[in-house]
Design a protein around this ligand. Structure first.
Ligand code: NDP
Ligand code: PMR
Length: 399
Protein backbone atom coordinates (compact mmCIF):
# COMPACT_ATOMS: atom_id res chain seq x y z
CA UNK A 1 0.00 0.00 0.00
CA UNK A 2 2.98 2.26 0.56
CA UNK A 3 3.74 1.98 -3.10
CA UNK A 4 0.22 2.92 -3.91
CA UNK A 5 0.33 5.92 -1.64
CA UNK A 6 3.64 7.13 -2.94
CA UNK A 7 3.93 6.73 -6.66
CA UNK A 8 1.40 4.20 -7.78
CA UNK A 9 -1.77 6.03 -8.66
CA UNK A 10 -5.05 4.81 -7.32
CA UNK A 11 -5.96 3.51 -10.73
CA UNK A 12 -3.23 0.96 -10.30
CA UNK A 13 -4.20 0.02 -6.79
CA UNK A 14 -4.80 -3.58 -5.85
CA UNK A 15 -7.84 -4.79 -3.97
CA UNK A 16 -7.60 -4.34 -0.26
CA UNK A 17 -8.25 -7.55 1.63
CA UNK A 18 -11.60 -7.82 3.23
CA UNK A 19 -12.90 -4.68 1.56
CA UNK A 20 -15.42 -4.31 -1.15
CA UNK A 21 -14.33 -2.85 -4.45
CA UNK A 22 -15.36 0.59 -3.19
CA UNK A 23 -12.70 3.06 -4.19
CA UNK A 24 -10.71 0.45 -6.05
CA UNK A 25 -10.29 0.85 -9.74
CA UNK A 26 -10.72 -1.92 -12.30
CA UNK A 27 -9.54 0.44 -14.97
CA UNK A 28 -5.83 0.70 -14.72
CA UNK A 29 -3.53 1.88 -17.42
CA UNK A 30 -5.30 1.82 -20.78
CA UNK A 31 -8.14 -0.09 -19.24
CA UNK A 32 -6.19 -3.23 -18.56
CA UNK A 33 -6.47 -3.93 -14.87
CA UNK A 34 -3.05 -4.50 -13.43
CA UNK A 35 -4.63 -6.18 -10.49
CA UNK A 36 -6.28 -8.11 -12.93
CA UNK A 37 -19.80 28.18 -42.94
CA UNK A 38 -21.44 28.14 -43.22
CA UNK A 39 -23.24 29.15 -46.25
CA UNK A 40 -21.51 32.43 -45.91
CA UNK A 41 -24.05 34.42 -47.77
CA UNK A 42 -27.39 33.25 -46.52
CA UNK A 43 -29.81 36.04 -47.21
CA UNK A 44 -32.20 36.79 -44.40
CA UNK A 45 -35.49 38.57 -44.72
CA UNK A 46 -35.60 39.67 -41.12
CA UNK A 47 -32.26 40.99 -40.23
CA UNK A 48 -31.62 42.39 -36.84
CA UNK A 49 -30.47 45.91 -36.44
CA UNK A 50 -27.05 46.40 -35.01
CA UNK A 51 -27.11 46.29 -31.26
CA UNK A 52 -24.72 47.93 -28.92
CA UNK A 53 -23.17 45.72 -26.35
CA UNK A 54 -22.50 47.04 -22.89
CA UNK A 55 -19.66 45.92 -20.75
CA UNK A 56 -21.06 44.38 -17.60
CA UNK A 57 -19.56 43.41 -14.34
CA UNK A 58 -21.56 41.44 -11.82
CA UNK A 59 -19.78 41.61 -8.53
CA UNK A 60 -21.61 38.73 -6.90
CA UNK A 61 -21.06 36.14 -9.55
CA UNK A 62 -17.86 37.44 -10.97
CA UNK A 63 -19.74 37.12 -14.22
CA UNK A 64 -17.73 39.25 -16.53
CA UNK A 65 -17.86 40.21 -20.09
CA UNK A 66 -15.33 42.02 -22.13
CA UNK A 67 -16.36 44.94 -24.22
CA UNK A 68 -16.71 43.72 -27.75
CA UNK A 69 -17.97 44.86 -31.05
CA UNK A 70 -21.59 44.01 -31.58
CA UNK A 71 -21.99 40.46 -32.80
CA UNK A 72 -24.97 41.47 -34.82
CA UNK A 73 -24.04 42.80 -38.20
CA UNK A 74 -26.09 43.53 -41.25
CA UNK A 75 -24.11 43.69 -44.41
CA UNK A 76 -25.09 44.98 -47.79
CA UNK A 77 -23.23 43.84 -50.85
CA UNK A 78 -22.46 46.14 -53.76
CA UNK A 79 -25.58 44.83 -55.51
CA UNK A 80 -27.59 45.92 -52.50
CA UNK A 81 -28.25 42.32 -51.48
CA UNK A 82 -28.34 41.80 -47.72
CA UNK A 83 -26.20 39.08 -46.26
CA UNK A 84 -26.33 37.24 -43.01
CA UNK A 85 -25.35 38.94 -39.78
CA UNK A 86 -22.70 37.33 -37.61
CA UNK A 87 -23.97 34.33 -35.71
CA UNK A 88 -23.59 34.19 -31.96
CA UNK A 89 -22.55 30.90 -30.44
CA UNK A 90 -22.19 30.10 -26.74
CA UNK A 91 -19.56 27.43 -26.10
CA UNK A 92 -19.18 26.01 -22.60
CA UNK A 93 -15.65 25.09 -21.57
CA UNK A 94 -14.05 27.12 -24.34
CA UNK A 95 -10.92 27.72 -22.29
CA UNK A 96 -9.14 24.61 -23.50
CA UNK A 97 -9.14 21.56 -25.74
CA UNK A 98 -12.07 21.01 -28.07
CA UNK A 99 -14.00 24.08 -26.91
CA UNK A 100 -11.07 26.43 -27.49
CA UNK A 101 -10.21 24.88 -30.86
CA UNK A 102 -13.84 25.27 -31.94
CA UNK A 103 -13.95 28.87 -30.77
CA UNK A 104 -10.79 29.54 -32.76
CA UNK A 105 -12.08 27.79 -35.89
CA UNK A 106 -15.32 29.79 -35.79
CA UNK A 107 -13.59 33.07 -34.96
CA UNK A 108 -11.27 32.61 -37.95
CA UNK A 109 -14.24 32.57 -40.33
CA UNK A 110 -15.12 36.12 -39.28
CA UNK A 111 -18.76 35.06 -39.29
CA UNK A 112 -19.22 34.17 -35.66
CA UNK A 113 -19.12 35.90 -32.33
CA UNK A 114 -18.14 33.39 -29.66
CA UNK A 115 -19.35 33.61 -26.09
CA UNK A 116 -16.79 31.62 -24.14
CA UNK A 117 -18.75 30.34 -21.13
CA UNK A 118 -16.00 29.41 -18.72
CA UNK A 119 -15.39 28.85 -15.03
CA UNK A 120 -12.00 30.58 -15.07
CA UNK A 121 -12.28 34.02 -16.61
CA UNK A 122 -8.58 34.76 -16.77
CA UNK A 123 -7.70 31.36 -18.20
CA UNK A 124 -10.28 31.82 -20.93
CA UNK A 125 -8.98 35.30 -21.80
CA UNK A 126 -5.43 34.02 -21.98
CA UNK A 127 -6.48 31.00 -24.00
CA UNK A 128 -8.29 33.17 -26.55
CA UNK A 129 -5.21 35.37 -26.87
CA UNK A 130 -2.83 32.44 -27.07
CA UNK A 131 -4.60 31.02 -30.13
CA UNK A 132 -4.81 34.43 -31.76
CA UNK A 133 -8.56 35.02 -31.65
CA UNK A 134 -9.37 38.57 -32.72
CA UNK A 135 -10.39 40.69 -29.73
CA UNK A 136 -13.79 41.53 -31.15
CA UNK A 137 -14.57 37.92 -32.05
CA UNK A 138 -15.32 36.73 -28.52
CA UNK A 139 -16.77 37.54 -25.13
CA UNK A 140 -15.80 35.67 -21.99
CA UNK A 141 -18.61 35.10 -19.51
CA UNK A 142 -18.40 33.30 -16.23
CA UNK A 143 -20.12 29.92 -15.96
CA UNK A 144 -19.50 27.21 -13.43
CA UNK A 145 -21.55 24.22 -14.50
CA UNK A 146 -21.01 22.55 -11.15
CA UNK A 147 -23.28 25.17 -9.58
CA UNK A 148 -26.94 25.55 -10.53
CA UNK A 149 -26.86 29.12 -9.19
CA UNK A 150 -23.98 29.93 -11.49
CA UNK A 151 -25.87 28.45 -14.45
CA UNK A 152 -28.88 30.65 -13.67
CA UNK A 153 -26.66 33.71 -13.20
CA UNK A 154 -24.95 33.02 -16.50
CA UNK A 155 -28.31 32.94 -18.25
CA UNK A 156 -29.22 36.28 -16.66
CA UNK A 157 -25.90 37.84 -17.61
CA UNK A 158 -26.19 36.52 -21.14
CA UNK A 159 -29.68 37.97 -21.50
CA UNK A 160 -28.50 41.31 -20.17
CA UNK A 161 -25.76 41.39 -22.79
CA UNK A 162 -28.51 41.69 -25.39
CA UNK A 163 -26.80 39.31 -27.76
CA UNK A 164 -28.93 36.90 -29.74
CA UNK A 165 -28.40 33.19 -29.20
CA UNK A 166 -28.07 31.27 -32.44
CA UNK A 167 -26.16 28.18 -31.37
CA UNK A 168 -25.45 26.68 -27.96
CA UNK A 169 -22.64 24.17 -27.59
CA UNK A 170 -22.59 22.07 -24.42
CA UNK A 171 -18.95 21.06 -24.49
CA UNK A 172 -17.40 21.38 -21.02
CA UNK A 173 -16.63 18.23 -19.08
CA UNK A 174 -14.61 16.83 -16.22
CA UNK A 175 -13.19 13.34 -15.86
CA UNK A 176 -11.91 11.84 -12.59
CA UNK A 177 -10.57 8.40 -13.50
CA UNK A 178 -8.41 7.98 -10.41
CA UNK A 179 -10.73 9.42 -7.78
CA UNK A 180 -11.32 6.94 -4.99
CA UNK A 181 -14.21 8.89 -3.54
CA UNK A 182 -16.84 11.09 -5.18
CA UNK A 183 -16.77 14.87 -4.80
CA UNK A 184 -19.93 16.83 -4.12
CA UNK A 185 -20.00 20.54 -4.90
CA UNK A 186 -22.58 23.01 -3.50
CA UNK A 187 -25.72 21.45 -4.99
CA UNK A 188 -24.71 18.06 -3.67
CA UNK A 189 -24.60 16.13 -6.95
CA UNK A 190 -21.58 13.99 -7.73
CA UNK A 191 -19.22 16.33 -9.57
CA UNK A 192 -18.83 14.64 -12.96
CA UNK A 193 -22.49 13.89 -13.67
CA UNK A 194 -23.37 17.19 -11.95
CA UNK A 195 -21.13 19.17 -14.30
CA UNK A 196 -21.30 17.21 -17.53
CA UNK A 197 -24.99 16.38 -17.47
CA UNK A 198 -27.06 18.29 -14.88
CA UNK A 199 -25.36 21.69 -15.30
CA UNK A 200 -25.71 21.45 -19.07
CA UNK A 201 -29.27 20.17 -18.81
CA UNK A 202 -30.32 23.23 -16.81
CA UNK A 203 -28.38 25.57 -19.09
CA UNK A 204 -29.88 24.13 -22.26
CA UNK A 205 -33.39 24.12 -20.84
CA UNK A 206 -33.15 27.74 -19.74
CA UNK A 207 -31.60 28.91 -23.00
CA UNK A 208 -34.04 27.04 -25.21
CA UNK A 209 -36.35 30.07 -25.26
CA UNK A 210 -33.51 32.35 -26.26
CA UNK A 211 -32.48 29.94 -29.00
CA UNK A 212 -36.05 29.77 -30.19
CA UNK A 213 -36.20 33.57 -30.50
CA UNK A 214 -33.20 33.67 -32.81
CA UNK A 215 -33.92 34.73 -36.37
CA UNK A 216 -30.78 33.01 -37.61
CA UNK A 217 -31.43 30.65 -40.52
CA UNK A 218 -30.13 27.64 -38.65
CA UNK A 219 -30.41 27.49 -34.86
CA UNK A 220 -28.69 24.62 -33.17
CA UNK A 221 -28.10 22.99 -29.82
CA UNK A 222 -25.03 20.77 -29.86
CA UNK A 223 -24.24 18.46 -26.94
CA UNK A 224 -20.82 16.82 -27.14
CA UNK A 225 -21.03 13.05 -26.73
CA UNK A 226 -18.40 10.34 -26.93
CA UNK A 227 -17.57 6.91 -28.19
CA UNK A 228 -16.77 5.76 -24.65
CA UNK A 229 -20.43 6.10 -23.65
CA UNK A 230 -21.44 3.84 -26.54
CA UNK A 231 -21.12 0.15 -25.76
CA UNK A 232 -21.66 -0.78 -29.42
CA UNK A 233 -17.98 0.13 -29.99
CA UNK A 234 -14.65 -1.36 -28.92
CA UNK A 235 -13.79 1.81 -26.99
CA UNK A 236 -17.14 1.65 -25.22
CA UNK A 237 -16.36 -1.86 -24.05
CA UNK A 238 -13.21 -0.92 -22.15
CA UNK A 239 -14.16 -1.32 -18.49
CA UNK A 240 -15.80 0.22 -16.62
CA UNK A 241 -18.61 0.34 -19.17
CA UNK A 242 -21.29 2.99 -19.16
CA UNK A 243 -24.54 1.74 -17.70
CA UNK A 244 -27.31 3.86 -16.22
CA UNK A 245 -29.11 0.81 -14.83
CA UNK A 246 -32.57 1.59 -13.51
CA UNK A 247 -31.54 5.18 -12.63
CA UNK A 248 -32.03 4.62 -8.91
CA UNK A 249 -28.95 6.67 -7.95
CA UNK A 250 -30.01 9.57 -10.16
CA UNK A 251 -33.52 9.42 -8.72
CA UNK A 252 -31.93 9.54 -5.26
CA UNK A 253 -30.12 12.77 -6.15
CA UNK A 254 -26.55 11.44 -6.56
CA UNK A 255 -25.76 12.77 -3.14
CA UNK A 256 -23.93 9.81 -1.73
CA UNK A 257 -25.89 10.22 1.49
CA UNK A 258 -28.94 8.04 1.45
CA UNK A 259 -28.38 7.25 -2.19
CA UNK A 260 -25.42 6.36 -4.33
CA UNK A 261 -23.23 8.91 -6.09
CA UNK A 262 -23.65 6.85 -9.26
CA UNK A 263 -26.62 6.96 -11.62
CA UNK A 264 -27.11 3.19 -11.45
CA UNK A 265 -26.95 3.20 -7.65
CA UNK A 266 -23.69 1.21 -7.51
CA UNK A 267 -20.33 1.98 -5.91
CA UNK A 268 -18.53 5.12 -7.04
CA UNK A 269 -16.27 4.80 -10.06
CA UNK A 270 -14.98 8.06 -11.52
CA UNK A 271 -14.32 6.69 -15.02
CA UNK A 272 -17.80 5.16 -15.17
CA UNK A 273 -19.40 8.34 -13.85
CA UNK A 274 -17.88 10.24 -16.81
CA UNK A 275 -19.07 7.64 -19.33
CA UNK A 276 -22.54 7.60 -17.75
CA UNK A 277 -22.65 11.39 -18.02
CA UNK A 278 -21.87 11.11 -21.74
CA UNK A 279 -24.76 8.66 -22.15
CA UNK A 280 -26.98 11.27 -20.48
CA UNK A 281 -25.65 13.92 -22.88
CA UNK A 282 -26.52 11.79 -25.90
CA UNK A 283 -29.92 10.78 -24.49
CA UNK A 284 -30.77 14.42 -23.75
CA UNK A 285 -29.89 15.52 -27.27
CA UNK A 286 -32.44 13.02 -28.60
CA UNK A 287 -35.06 13.92 -26.00
CA UNK A 288 -34.71 17.61 -26.92
CA UNK A 289 -35.13 16.58 -30.54
CA UNK A 290 -38.29 14.58 -29.81
CA UNK A 291 -39.83 17.32 -27.67
CA UNK A 292 -38.84 20.48 -29.50
CA UNK A 293 -37.51 20.02 -33.01
CA UNK A 294 -40.79 20.08 -34.84
CA UNK A 295 -42.17 22.99 -32.85
CA UNK A 296 -39.05 25.18 -32.92
CA UNK A 297 -37.04 24.12 -35.96
CA UNK A 298 -33.96 23.99 -33.75
CA UNK A 299 -31.48 21.26 -34.73
CA UNK A 300 -30.41 19.11 -31.81
CA UNK A 301 -27.21 17.20 -32.44
CA UNK A 302 -24.39 15.37 -30.74
CA UNK A 303 -21.01 14.20 -31.94
CA UNK A 304 -17.91 12.20 -31.29
CA UNK A 305 -15.06 14.31 -32.68
CA UNK A 306 -12.57 11.35 -32.48
CA UNK A 307 -10.00 10.90 -29.75
CA UNK A 308 -8.33 14.18 -28.83
CA UNK A 309 -5.79 12.47 -26.63
CA UNK A 310 -3.82 15.61 -25.75
CA UNK A 311 -6.48 17.70 -24.03
CA UNK A 312 -6.90 18.72 -20.42
CA UNK A 313 -9.62 16.08 -20.01
CA UNK A 314 -6.92 13.67 -18.90
CA UNK A 315 -5.29 16.05 -16.41
CA UNK A 316 -6.40 13.91 -13.46
CA UNK A 317 -5.09 10.72 -15.03
CA UNK A 318 -1.77 9.17 -14.02
CA UNK A 319 1.34 10.61 -15.71
CA UNK A 320 2.11 7.33 -17.49
CA UNK A 321 -1.34 7.36 -19.05
CA UNK A 322 -0.91 10.94 -20.23
CA UNK A 323 2.44 10.03 -21.75
CA UNK A 324 1.30 6.89 -23.58
CA UNK A 325 -2.30 7.69 -24.45
CA UNK A 326 -1.57 9.98 -27.45
CA UNK A 327 0.81 7.53 -29.21
CA UNK A 328 -1.55 4.65 -28.35
CA UNK A 329 -4.41 6.47 -30.07
CA UNK A 330 -2.22 7.65 -32.96
CA UNK A 331 -0.50 4.40 -33.83
CA UNK A 332 -2.58 1.59 -32.33
CA UNK A 333 -6.27 2.53 -32.50
CA UNK A 334 -5.68 5.22 -35.14
CA UNK A 335 -8.55 7.07 -33.54
CA UNK A 336 -6.42 10.12 -32.74
CA UNK A 337 -7.29 13.59 -33.89
CA UNK A 338 -5.47 16.87 -33.21
CA UNK A 339 -7.15 19.57 -31.17
CA UNK A 340 -7.22 21.85 -34.23
CA UNK A 341 -8.90 19.19 -36.38
CA UNK A 342 -11.44 18.36 -33.66
CA UNK A 343 -12.27 22.07 -33.46
CA UNK A 344 -12.95 22.15 -37.20
CA UNK A 345 -15.28 19.18 -36.79
CA UNK A 346 -17.31 20.72 -34.01
CA UNK A 347 -17.31 24.01 -35.92
CA UNK A 348 -18.93 22.13 -38.81
CA UNK A 349 -21.67 20.89 -36.52
CA UNK A 350 -22.19 24.49 -35.40
CA UNK A 351 -22.24 26.11 -38.80
CA UNK A 352 -22.07 23.84 -41.82
CA UNK A 353 -25.27 24.08 -43.86
CA UNK A 354 -25.01 20.39 -44.71
CA UNK A 355 -25.13 19.34 -41.05
CA UNK A 356 -28.51 20.75 -40.08
CA UNK A 357 -30.29 17.43 -39.60
CA UNK A 358 -31.69 17.14 -36.09
CA UNK A 359 -31.41 14.15 -33.78
CA UNK A 360 -28.09 13.04 -35.27
CA UNK A 361 -24.90 11.83 -33.58
CA UNK A 362 -22.12 12.90 -35.94
CA UNK A 363 -18.77 11.18 -36.35
CA UNK A 364 -15.94 11.42 -38.89
CA UNK A 365 -14.19 8.74 -40.91
CA UNK A 366 -10.49 8.44 -41.64
CA UNK A 367 -10.77 10.91 -44.50
CA UNK A 368 -12.33 13.44 -42.12
CA UNK A 369 -15.73 13.10 -43.77
CA UNK A 370 -18.71 13.39 -41.45
CA UNK A 371 -21.31 10.64 -41.20
CA UNK A 372 -24.38 9.86 -39.09
CA UNK A 373 -23.23 7.38 -36.49
CA UNK A 374 -25.22 4.75 -34.60
CA UNK A 375 -25.69 5.15 -30.87
CA UNK A 376 -25.62 2.15 -28.55
CA UNK A 377 -28.84 0.53 -27.42
CA UNK A 378 -28.75 2.33 -24.08
CA UNK A 379 -27.74 5.70 -25.56
CA UNK A 380 -30.73 5.53 -27.92
CA UNK A 381 -33.29 4.18 -25.45
CA UNK A 382 -36.22 6.62 -25.71
CA UNK A 383 -37.88 5.43 -22.52
CA UNK A 384 -34.67 5.88 -20.56
CA UNK A 385 -34.20 9.31 -22.10
CA UNK A 386 -37.66 10.34 -20.93
CA UNK A 387 -36.93 9.13 -17.41
CA UNK A 388 -33.51 10.83 -17.24
CA UNK A 389 -35.18 14.03 -18.47
CA UNK A 390 -37.91 13.89 -15.84
CA UNK A 391 -35.61 13.04 -12.94
CA UNK A 392 -33.10 15.68 -14.04
CA UNK A 393 -35.85 18.29 -14.21
CA UNK A 394 -36.60 17.68 -10.56
CA UNK A 395 -32.95 17.71 -9.53
CA UNK A 396 -32.22 21.06 -11.16
CA UNK A 397 -35.43 22.65 -9.90
CA UNK A 398 -37.40 22.83 -13.14
CA UNK A 399 -40.19 20.52 -12.02
P1 NDP B 1 -10.65 19.86 -21.69
O1 NDP B 1 -10.40 19.47 -20.27
O2 NDP B 1 -9.53 20.37 -22.48
O3 NDP B 1 -11.84 20.91 -21.75
C1 NDP B 1 -12.89 20.85 -20.87
C2 NDP B 1 -13.41 22.25 -20.63
O4 NDP B 1 -14.48 22.17 -19.70
C3 NDP B 1 -12.36 23.18 -20.01
O5 NDP B 1 -12.48 24.42 -20.65
C4 NDP B 1 -12.80 23.27 -18.57
O6 NDP B 1 -12.48 24.49 -17.94
C5 NDP B 1 -14.31 23.19 -18.75
N1 NDP B 1 -14.98 22.90 -17.49
C6 NDP B 1 -14.75 21.90 -16.63
N2 NDP B 1 -15.55 22.01 -15.56
C7 NDP B 1 -16.31 23.11 -15.75
C8 NDP B 1 -17.30 23.74 -14.99
N3 NDP B 1 -17.67 23.30 -13.79
N4 NDP B 1 -17.87 24.86 -15.48
C9 NDP B 1 -17.49 25.35 -16.69
N5 NDP B 1 -16.55 24.79 -17.43
C10 NDP B 1 -15.95 23.68 -16.97
O7 NDP B 1 -11.28 18.54 -22.36
P2 NDP B 1 -11.77 18.25 -23.86
O8 NDP B 1 -11.59 19.43 -24.70
O9 NDP B 1 -11.18 16.97 -24.27
O10 NDP B 1 -13.32 17.98 -23.61
C11 NDP B 1 -14.31 18.74 -24.25
C12 NDP B 1 -15.48 17.82 -24.57
O11 NDP B 1 -15.08 16.83 -25.50
C13 NDP B 1 -16.04 17.08 -23.38
O12 NDP B 1 -17.45 17.10 -23.45
C14 NDP B 1 -15.55 15.65 -23.58
O13 NDP B 1 -16.41 14.73 -22.99
C15 NDP B 1 -15.57 15.58 -25.08
N6 NDP B 1 -14.76 14.54 -25.69
C16 NDP B 1 -13.42 14.55 -25.53
C17 NDP B 1 -12.67 13.57 -26.13
C18 NDP B 1 -11.20 13.52 -25.99
O14 NDP B 1 -10.63 12.57 -26.51
N7 NDP B 1 -10.55 14.46 -25.34
C19 NDP B 1 -13.29 12.53 -26.96
C20 NDP B 1 -14.73 12.63 -27.01
C21 NDP B 1 -15.42 13.63 -26.43
P3 NDP B 1 -11.01 24.79 -17.35
O15 NDP B 1 -10.21 25.21 -18.53
O16 NDP B 1 -11.27 25.89 -16.39
O17 NDP B 1 -10.53 23.54 -16.72
MG1 PMR C 1 -9.83 4.12 -25.41
C1 PMR C 1 -10.81 1.99 -31.64
C2 PMR C 1 -10.37 1.94 -30.43
C3 PMR C 1 -10.44 3.01 -29.41
C4 PMR C 1 -10.85 4.32 -29.48
C5 PMR C 1 -11.32 5.08 -30.68
C6 PMR C 1 -10.73 4.88 -28.17
C7 PMR C 1 -11.09 6.17 -27.82
N1 PMR C 1 -10.23 3.90 -27.34
C8 PMR C 1 -10.05 2.74 -28.08
C9 PMR C 1 -9.60 1.53 -27.63
C10 PMR C 1 -9.08 1.29 -26.37
N2 PMR C 1 -9.02 2.19 -25.37
C11 PMR C 1 -8.52 0.03 -25.91
C12 PMR C 1 -8.38 -1.23 -26.77
C13 PMR C 1 -8.14 0.22 -24.63
C14 PMR C 1 -7.50 -0.79 -23.70
C15 PMR C 1 -6.05 -0.87 -23.86
C16 PMR C 1 -8.46 1.59 -24.28
C17 PMR C 1 -8.21 2.17 -23.05
C18 PMR C 1 -8.63 3.46 -22.70
C19 PMR C 1 -8.51 4.08 -21.41
C20 PMR C 1 -7.89 3.55 -20.18
N3 PMR C 1 -9.26 4.34 -23.56
C21 PMR C 1 -9.54 5.44 -22.85
C22 PMR C 1 -9.08 5.31 -21.55
C23 PMR C 1 -9.42 6.51 -20.86
O1 PMR C 1 -9.19 6.80 -19.70
C24 PMR C 1 -10.19 7.39 -21.79
C25 PMR C 1 -11.58 7.41 -21.28
O2 PMR C 1 -12.29 6.45 -21.28
O3 PMR C 1 -12.01 8.57 -20.83
C26 PMR C 1 -13.35 8.53 -20.35
C27 PMR C 1 -10.14 6.64 -23.12
C28 PMR C 1 -10.58 6.95 -24.38
N4 PMR C 1 -10.51 6.07 -25.45
C29 PMR C 1 -11.00 6.68 -26.55
C30 PMR C 1 -11.41 8.00 -26.18
C31 PMR C 1 -12.03 9.00 -27.12
C32 PMR C 1 -11.15 8.16 -24.87
C33 PMR C 1 -11.42 9.45 -24.13
C34 PMR C 1 -12.80 9.33 -23.68
C35 PMR C 1 -13.80 10.38 -23.93
O4 PMR C 1 -13.46 11.52 -24.11
O5 PMR C 1 -14.97 10.06 -23.90
Amino acid sequence: MALQASFLPSALSVHKEGKSSYGVKDTAFLGISLSDHHKSDFTSASLRTKRSFEQKKLSITRAQTTAVASPSINRATSEGKKTLRKGTVVITGASSGLGLATAKALADTGKWHIVMACRDFLKAERAAKSVGMAKDSYTVMHLDLASLDSVRQFVESFRRSDMPLDVLVCNAAVYFPTAREPTFPADGFELSVGTNHLGHFLLARLLLDDLNKSDYPSKRLVIVGSITGNTNTLAGNVPPKANLGDLRGLAGGLTGLNSSAMIDGEHFDGAKAYKDSKVCNMLMMQEFHRRYHEETGISFTSLYPSCIATTGLFREHIPLFRLLFPPFQKFVTKGFVSEAESGKRLAQVVSDPSLTKSGVYWSWNKDSASFENQLSEEASDAEKARKVWEISEKLVGLA
